[in-house]
Design a protein around this ligand. Structure first.
Ligand SMILES: Cc1ncc(COP(=O)(O)O)c(C=O)c1O
Length: 414
């Protein structure tokens, strides 16, 4: 965001010393977009949620195609029952840190469910996925260590790096040679952590983990993979891209979130490292915050246990992803990947203005997608990010395609 902010000329009306003047560029950009009369893409209200795939948004019955609710667990009856029961039995919140009064039976059961799901020795549940990256990365890689990371990494990864004060060595997105070139130059005896994501959420592309993990190991680095967008869906057991590419045994830490396939809120790290549990005492974003409410860990644990047996849902989600990708390509739209690689399909817009117009035209048709724009996007692209759900029916995917066609023609990009 700083890019846009620093470009702004100081506003004459802004008093000197106003700490908000750094946001003038962002305010101006926002006002320019809203002045065109489009609905505010960052102020959508879901007045009623009907199912994992439908809601009443800004007064309209809308198909949801931008919620990352990949496995559609948010209305699973077992998940809801578990949450209600925990709410009744344990109350609405823990009012405490995991290391003091905030570890209930449910937190332990949730960590057990994760250990079983990943077949790993240790699991640590955080209050969000953001805090999981922030905490694990900043705690294990500090001053004097090196973090080698894909330049398109999630904000929580960058913030974890900044908090730990390790030396950051970014490499070109998904570029195996660029990674090796960086690794070769680092001191042989320094602590090194290679940070990768299974699926990159902007374009929906998958990392070449097999090659990259091998390089990391060759140069003596530990490896952390954020599987936020692949858990539950990718891999035979839904363990993610590391499982799909056969390298899960070589990954030292897997980070994940409950806010996507699991269908609630929370984050985690799983690992086989024998000293892993010491992190519970030294990881500040774990220690100095309240733990998740009992109802949340109960829904998460139930959802995770069910995801293990989600092979049919995984197969249907792949069908949805392929059908949408193929249909959008046939319309002549430009997509983030040549083939569908995940449940995210990014439609590349010619510019921000037409991207915002298309986003609004789709909303009016009854379809919600995410509008992503620079500086959050790679190469300054404006994207309409679609995330499919295993609960989208084939008919819904066809309806989504019809809406894209109609909106695309109205806006003049088809
Ligand atoms: C790759 C990645 N990691 C971590 C997170 C943070 O997850 P949470 O929503 O649980 O904070 C996200 C969420 O957008 C993400 O996309």
């Amino acid at each position: 965001m700083t890019d846009l902010a620093t470009k702004a000329a100081p506003d004459a009306a802004t008093p000197k010393g106003d700490l908000f003047s750094k946001f003038d560029g962002m305010i101006e950009l926002r006002e320019t977009i809203l002045a065109t009369g489009v609905e505010d893409p960052y102020n959508l209200v879901m007045e009623k949620v009907l199912s994992p795939t439908r809601a009443i948004c800004n007064g309209r019955d809308t198909i949801l195609l931008g919620t990352y609710n990949y496995m559609g667990m948010t209305f699973d009856p077992d998940v809801l029952d578990a949450g209600k029961e925990a709410l009744e039995s344990y109350g609405s919140g823990t009012t405490g840190s995991r290391v003091l009064n905030g570890t209930y039976q449910g937190h332990k059961e949730c960590e057990d469910a994760l250990k079983e799901f990943y077949a790993m020795d240790h699991a640590m549940v955080f209050s969000t996925g953001y805090q999981a990256n922030l905490g694990i990365i900043s705690t294990i890689a500090g001053k004097g260590d090196y973090i080698i990371l894909d330049i398109d990494s999630h904000a929580s990864i960058y913030d974890g790096c900044a908090m730990g004060k390790a030396e950051i060595v970014p490499f070109k997105h998904n570029d195996i040679e660029a990674l090796e070139k960086r690794m070769r130059r680092l001191p042989a005896d320094a602590g090194k952590l290679v940070v990768l994501e299974g699926v990159y959420s902007m374009l929906g592309d998958v990392a070449p983990l097999q090659e990259m993990v091998a390089i990391a190991k060759k140069y003596g680095a530990m490896v952390l993979v954020d599987e936020a967008h692949s858990m539950g869906f990718i891999g035979e057991n839904g363990r993610g891209v590391a499982e799909q590419q056969g390298v899960i045994e070589d990954v030292d830490f897997i980070i994940g979130t409950f806010s996507k396939s699991v269908g609630t809120v929370g984050g985690f790290c799983v690992s086989n490292h024998p000293k892993f549990d010491i992190l519970r005492l030294v990881c500040r974003p774990y220690v100095f915050t309240a733990s998740l409410p009992p109802s949340v860990v109960a829904t998460a644990a139930t959802s995770i246990r069910k995801l293990r047996h989600g092979a049919n849902k995984r197969a249907h989600l792949w069908e949805n992803s392929k059908r949408l990708h193929e249909g959008l390509v046939e319309m002549g739209l430009s997509l983030g990947t040549d083939e569908p690689q995940s449940a995210i399909i990014a439609v590349i817009m010619p510019d921000l203005e037409r991207g915002a117009m298309m986003w609004e035209a789709l909303l009016k048709e009854g379809l919600y997608v995410n509008l992503a724009r620079p500086p959050a996007t790679p190469a300054g692209m404006t994207l309409l990010r679609c995330s499919l759900c295993a609960e989208h029916s084939t008919e819904e995917v066809d309806a989504i395609l019809a809406m894209f066609e109609s909106a695309g023609k109205a806006v003049g990009i088809i």
